[in-house]
Ligand binder design. Structure first.
Ligand SMILES: C[S@@+](CC[C@H](N)C(=O)[O-])C[C@H]1O[C@@H](n2cnc3c(N)ncnc32)[C@H](O)[C@@H]1O
Length: 189
């Protein structure tokens, strides 16, 4: 049976990788916080732009649905113990995948996320399910959800780790020229 999380995770069509500069900057910042060698799991590896710009010379595994590897299935099936840097450059919400990784990763682990779900909510029937409990009626037509979205994502991330007694440090969140999209980095320790 198809994994129901796919509906939230799979956005095969998106316009571009136009925020490359922002993504590279964020990755360099989070890499600079690492006080040990990093081993990267690039969960939405795409054409390998981030690999070329940020991860040259590092231990690296990149997976992409286009090569037939689904990141949710991979994360569910793997122990993830050889990784300590997770790149979730999603078109939609990275939170379903993050939840799986948060339940297994060692500490410290380093994270960079792209959350493009705000862009897609208009065309989706519902808000991403991690966001729904924080929005009145779980309804995308509720007032204010759009502006509240970055804060809600932050709360979701902190709670995901807090319930496992893991702290989130150095949380940073940016929007680029495409204001709908969030770029997030942090350390779980
Ligand atoms: C924004 S692009 C990533 C760009 C990439 N970081 C780079 O540097 O080139 C998002 C990628 O996620 C992939 N993708 C979407 N859903 C996926 C899934 N469930 N598992 C693995 N990859 C997925 C898409 O095929 C697409 O290549």
């Amino acid at each position: 049976m198809k994994n129901p999380l796919h509906a939230l995770n799979n956005y095969h069509k998106a316009s571009d990788n136009s925020a490359v500069a922002m993504k590279v900057h964020l990755r360099q910042k989070i890499l600079s916080l690492a006080d040990r060698p990093v081993s990267v799991l690039d969960c939405y590896a795409g054409d390998g732009v981030m690999r070329q710009r940020c991860y040259e010379g590092l231990e690296y595994v990149g997976i992409d649905i286009r090569q037939g590897v689904d990141n949710l299935e991979y994360a569910q099936a793997s122990t993830l113990e050889k990784y300590n840097f997770f790149d979730l450059d999603a078109y939609g919400s990275p939170l379903p995948l993050l939840e799986i990784i948060a339940s297994k990763c060692k500490t410290p682990s380093y994270f960079v996320l792209t959350d493009g779900a705000r862009l897609h909510v208009q065309t989706m029937h519902r808000l991403p399910f991690h966001i729904q409990p924080y929005v009145k009626g779980g309804d995308r037509r509720s007032d204010g959800w759009y502006r509240a979205y970055p804060g809600i994502v932050k709360m979701c991330v902190l709670e995901m780790f807090a319930k496992r007694d893991v702290s989130v440090r150095g949380y940073q969140q940016y929007t680029g020229l495409r204001k709908h999209v969030l770029y997030i980095g942090f350390v779980a320790c």
